[in-house]
Design a protein around this ligand. Structure first.
Ligand SMILES: Cc1cc2nc3c(=O)[nH]c(=O)nc-3n(C[C@H](O)[C@H](O)[C@H](O)COP(=O)(O)OP(=O)(O)OC[C@H]3O[C@@H](n4cnc5c(N)ncnc54)[C@H](O)[C@@H]3O)c2cc1C
Length: 397
């Protein structure tokens, strides 16, 4: 693995950096810099801007609209996006279901769904977890019964991220109770506008509405919305999860957060003193080292992959490293903010959300919400314990 950037890579970096500094919608960068929470319209505007440039799906094979960039160019692009402070793409369509569609879908399915995802015309959600099926996902009970050229779906999916924004949801459903429980699972794409679907919000500990419970009652889904064969959904789901788990790295975003903390520590009147007495400076350095290790591990795992290929079970190593580092970064933020982290602001939607809070340093105001929400990272996408089980199995332990 070569780590020095070539001249071509440096030129590429300069081009991408210039794009985010000028062409990309600056109002979205300003909202995030102001600590605001983005809404669906912002996410769509961000994705449409990158789509117009042809840069929305660097990981896809070129034949379906990928950029044809090398692995290092893709890494540089992600770095520059996060360095600029732009939001990551909403992953459910672009990063999770699209690779399943272009790998296992029919031509009609590719024509129907990939173009809309690539143009950010549709928003997707992931319907895997159920109230009694999380880690033990194969125990899921949402049932799809075949009636002619439709499946009739009944059941409950939960913890559905951005389900309230979604036009489509990809679901694992049970089509058989015969044999191993994995063997009776099928992968269906369901139009959220179909009668019988109810979406109810779950408010998380950070005060935000990210999650939902989605109930299906007699929902009729055309058989043509099934990916691949009936009963092979588990295979497609695993393929998708390895894409998902690799996507958590976000190295440059974490680096940006750490740099902002270092700056805040230098400016805060109590920063130096706190760093000296509490060991915060040492722990920040340790977190930076943790981040470097994540960066190297991610590069090592991605380097051998050609365009659009699925990562293997090493995705579980990246998932643990990425999410634990993310949590360490927010812990450093909380430590530096000290008592200023105590006030909690659930509504950060408006530009003036910090009015009247001038006594609280800008970096400190969202630290508690960010700390709380980042706890979820070692849960979603498969918990850390589950990733460790996968790694142990791979090692034959
Ligand atoms: C913020 C957030 C967003 C999410 N978004 C989505 C989404 O969009 N779509 C979706 O389908 N799901 C989503 N999830 C659900 C997520 O995938 C599950 O919460 C996760 O898989 C864990 O399942 P569970 O909550 O049922 O916990 P459980 O499976 O009940 O686990 C409870 C505890 O037991 C441990 N445990 C369980 N089994 C084992 C084992 N075999 N070995 C060792 N330890 C074990 C777990 O590690 C955990 O600590 C989201 C969750 C969160 C928190």
């Amino acid at each position: 693995m070569r780590l020095e950037a070539s001249e071509a890579d440096e030129a590429f970096r300069a081009m991408v950096r210039a794009y985010f500094a000028t062409e990309y919608p600056q109002e979205i960068l300003a909202k995030l810099a102001n600590g605001q929470v983005l809404e669906k319209a912002d996410l769509v505007a961000s994705e449409r801007a990158m789509s117009a440039k042809g840069w929305l799906a660097p990981g896809w094979p070129e034949a379906y609209g990928g950029t044809g960039w090398t692995v290092s160019q893709r890494f540089i692009f992600d770095e520059e996006l996060e360095r600029a402070g732009a939001p990551n793409v909403s992953p459910m369509g672009l990063l999770y279901v699209a690779p399943v569609i272009y790998t296992f879908g029919t031509q009609a399915q590719k024509d129907r769904w990939l173009g809309d995802i690539l143009a950010s015309r549709t928003f997707w959600a992931q319907g895997y977890s159920e109230p009694d099926s999380g880690s033990d996902l194969a125990s899921l009970r949402t049932r799809a019964v075949r009636e002619g050229d439709h499946y009739v779906v009944d059941g409950v999916k939960t913890w559905t991220s951005n389900g309230h924004y979604a036009d489509w949801i990809f679901c694992l459903v049970r089509t058989s109770d015969e044999g191993k429980k994995q063997a009776g699972i099928t992968f269906l794409c369901i139009d959220m506008a179909t009668p019988g679907i109810e979406v109810r919000p779950i408010i998380t500990i950070d005060g935000g509405h990210h999650l939902n419970t989605v109930t299906f009652t007699g929902v009729r889904v055309p058989v043509e919305n099934r990916i691949g064969d009936e009963g092979l959904g588990w295979t497609y789901a695993r393929h998708l999860l390895n894409h998902e788990r690799t996507s958590y790295a976000h190295v440059a975003g974490k680096r940006r957060q750490l740099q902002a903390l270092r700056q805040a520590a230098a400016q805060a009147p109590w920063g130096d003193e706190l760093a000296a007495v509490s060991g915060l400076r040492r722990r920040t350095a340790e977190t930076e080292i943790q981040l470097l290790a994540l960066e190297m591990t991610t590069l090592r795992a991605l380097a051998p992959l050609t365009n659009g290929e699925a990562p293997g079970d090493e995705a579980s190593i990246i998932k643990i490293a990425a999410t634990e580092t993310a949590q360490a970064v927010t812990e450093r933020g909380l430590e530096l903010a000290g008592p200023y982290a105590q006030p909690f602001f659930a509504d950060r939607s408006g530009a003036g959300w910090r009015d009247g809070l001038e006594d609280i340093p800008a970096f400190a105001a969202p630290t508690t919400a960010s700390y709380f929400f980042t706890r979820a990272q070692t849960i979603y996408g498969g918990t850390t314990e589950i990733q460790k089980n996968i790694i142990a199995r791979q090692l034959g332990l």
